[in-house]
Design a protein around this ligand. Structure first.
Ligand SMILES: Nc1nc2c(ncn2[C@@H]2O[C@H](COP(=O)(O)OP(=O)(O)OP(=O)(O)O)[C@@H](O)[C@H]2O)c(=O)[nH]1
Length: 603
């Protein structure tokens, strides 16, 4: 049986680009797990998209076998964490599976925003944090200064922190020695009823869902009947084992403290939610592990294919993605402007972009997406309550008794110097200040209550820009509150374009409507006739732009007196006009349409 005292479970945390992935690779390499030539450049980020965007989307784990200088062999489980606010919950579950964290700090840059934010997260989970100073090969490296900074700013003992170059492979072993000797071994009774924490899962076409977990108490065995405590789903373990860098290694059992995977003919990741507790059916645990939270879609948008006949392909693609992503939701909808498509729900804007990109890239679809929206709660005058995630379904003003929008509890952590930049931003986003407290002399935590609709529009990016990247953000849906909501319709040539309607707070509706009109004007090519662009609330126009008619003399090319040709051309032009009008809308080139929708996300 595995010796618990020889197990070390840890994550690597760092500010972006400080060398987290490079160090992971080096650790894997040093443990002899993978020959260099076999190794993909970055094993832990194993999706193309992740590699290209330089972010880690889903948590992963890998087991390394390390023969330490003390002659003992240790089982090291390196658990990777995603790095964006949309996936904060997954990060928290991954950290909950660890006892320690290696904090990588760039020897030239020193402490940066996410260094602090991630350290704080690790502290919340009571992890043993081990600083490592990376990139000592750089000419600008100043490890002594950076160590002092770690001590002064974070308050972590850092004088003995390993000084390394992950890129050049210098002093990597010191990191492993440090982990082995300072990160505590896991505890937990292997004989207790099973409690295993799910921190990730993945769909595999042949084996069904592969669940990644950390055993907190008890033992997982092949053949054992198990139950997911939150979802209630029951299965029998077909295979369990360890996650090695190049694949899975089955074994008979995994004891408390170990990290591994199991398969059980599970058809859908929905049954194996991140954060859920796996227990045994025969001897179930009394209560689940703390911290489970079902994934909740925060942002919705309509997704359509450019080519309407590709609708079935879009459905197939979404179904496939959903097998692997329990937080993606979708249902069919239709639009007069765009045809048949799906209303999709996401954890946040990044999640939305990732899904859109995967649909386009992995499934070769050309998409049109509508403006993102949150879910509004409308009580009608007849007493019925409707949840509206699509402006198209927004009831008539006359039928609405109260309109409510979702609010979120927002927590921002930043150095005190930036408070002066953060507060006006939150106020501008209709935030309601709650409180502010000093975590230590260098960090404050500010709480706001803010409409979710204001957060999803680039709040995170603006916050980062205003704090030189130093602020970190976390938010959680709290409640619905009455709000002065309006539905704004966009009219082209007098006809409503349903895909461009949006719901907003009255105050924000005007500027947004104006911007949208301007963008439409800039993006729609001139037509043969003048096209008014209007934004209206109810019947009242609140913004207007005009696309001037193309001044093309259609007769210019007709030399001489060929009257039939002239007639034909004039006829064609008229037809053109008619076609546009009789279609009930202006023909907008798809690219222009997308440009308008895309640009608006930035506002
Ligand atoms: N000079 C030097 N460059 C390094 C070292 N370690 C990493 N780098 C470089 O720094 C850049 C970022 O490294 P990554 O390992 O991708 O950083 P990361 O923290 O994983 O970044 P994200 O995955 O985007 O969060 C890459 O270009 C690496 O080659 C080092 O020790 N010395």
């Amino acid at each position: 049986m595995t010796d618990q005292s020889k197990i070390r479970n840890f994550s690597i945390i760092a500010h972006i680009d400080h060398g987290k992935s490079t160090l992971s690779d080096r650790l894997i390499e040093l443990c002899g797990a993978v020959e260099q030539r076999e190794m993909e450049s970055q094993l832990l980020d194993n999706m193309d998209l992740e590699r290209e965007r330089g972010i880690t989307i889903k948590a992963r784990a890998v087991k390394l076998s390390y023969k330490a200088l003390d002659g003992e062999t240790y089982e090291l489980n390196l658990i990777d964490t995603p790095g964006h606010v949309d996936f904060n919950y997954e990060v928290s579950r991954s950290l909950a599976a660890c006892e320690g964290a290696v904090l990588v700090v760039d020897a030239a840059q020193g402490i940066e925003a996410q260094t602090l934010a991630n350290t704080y997260l690790a502290m919340e989970h009571d992890l043993e944090i081990r600083p490592v100073v990376n990139k000592i090969d750089l000419p600008a490296a100043d490890p002594a200064r950076v160590k002092q900074e770690i001590e002064d700013v974070i308050g972590l003992e850092a004088q003995d922190a390993p000084e390394i170059s992950a890129k050049m492979g210098i002093n990597i072993q010191a990191v492993l020695e440090d982990v082995v000797h300072h990160v505590p071994a896991p505890d937990g009774d292997p004989k207790a009823p099973l409690k295993a924490l799910i921190f990730d899962s993945q769909y595999d076409a042949y084996r069904g869902v592969i669940v990644f977990f950390r055993v907190m108490e008890g033992t997982v065995k092949t053949g054992m009947p198990i139950r997911m405590m939150a979802s209630g789903a029951q299965y029998e373990v077909i295979e369990c084992g360890h996650l090695l860098p190049l694949g899975m290694e089955p074994c008979k059992e995994l004891i408390a403290g170990e990290v591994g995977y199991l398969t059980a003919s599970i058809k859908n990741v929905k049954d194996t939610r991140v954060g859920d507790t796996i227990t045994g059916v025969e001897r179930p645990a009394g209560e689940a592990l703390p911290g489970y939270r079902p994934a909740q879609a925060m942002v919705y948008c309509g997704i359509y294919t450019e080519d309407g006949s590709k609708f079935p392909d879009l459905r197939d693609a979404l179904e496939k993605l959903q097998l692997n992503d329990a937080s993606l939701s979708f249902e069919p909808e239709s639009s007069a402007a765009l045809g048949f498509g799906f209303r999709c729900g996401f954890l946040g804007m990044l999640h939305m972009e990732i899904i859109q990109e995967r649909l386009e890239r992995e499934f070769d679809l050309d998409l049109i997406t509508t403006l993102p929206s949150v879910i509004y709660q409308i009580t009608k005058t007849d007493g019925t309550v409707v949840m509206v995630d699509n402006p198209h379904n927004y009831p008539d003003v006359g039928a609405i008794a109260t309109a409510e929008e979702p609010y979120a509890k927002v927590s921002i952590i930043a150095p005190p110097d930036y408070v002066g930049n953060i507060m006006p931003l939150c106020q501008d986003r209709r935030g309601e200040f709650k409180d502010m407290q000093y975590l230590d002399t260098n960090l404050v935590e500010i709480h706001y209550s803010m409409p979710l609709g204001e957060i999803i529009y680039d709040f995170f990016d603006t916050l980062k820009a205003r704090t030189k990247g130093y602020a970190s953000l976390d938010y959680e849906l709290s409640e619905y509150r009455p709000s002065e909501l309006v539905k704004v319709d966009l009219l082209l040539n007098g006809d409503q374009v349903d895909a461009l309607s949006f719901i907003a707070h009255r105050e924000k509706a005007y500027p947004r409507a104006r911007r949208l009109c301007e963008k439409l004007k800039d993006n729609i090519p001139r037509q043969l006739f003048e096209v008014p662009i209007q934004a209206a609330i109810g019947g009242k126009v609140i913004a207007r732009e005009t696309i001037k008619a193309m001044r093309k003399d259609v007769l210019a090319k007709c030399y001489g007196g060929d009257i039939t040709r002239k007639k034909k051309l004039l006829e064609k032009q008229k037809e053109g006009k008619k076609k546009m009008r009789s279609l009930g809308s202006v023909q907008i080139p798809t690219e222009a349409f997308m440009a308008v929708l895309k640009l608006d996300e930035e506002n």
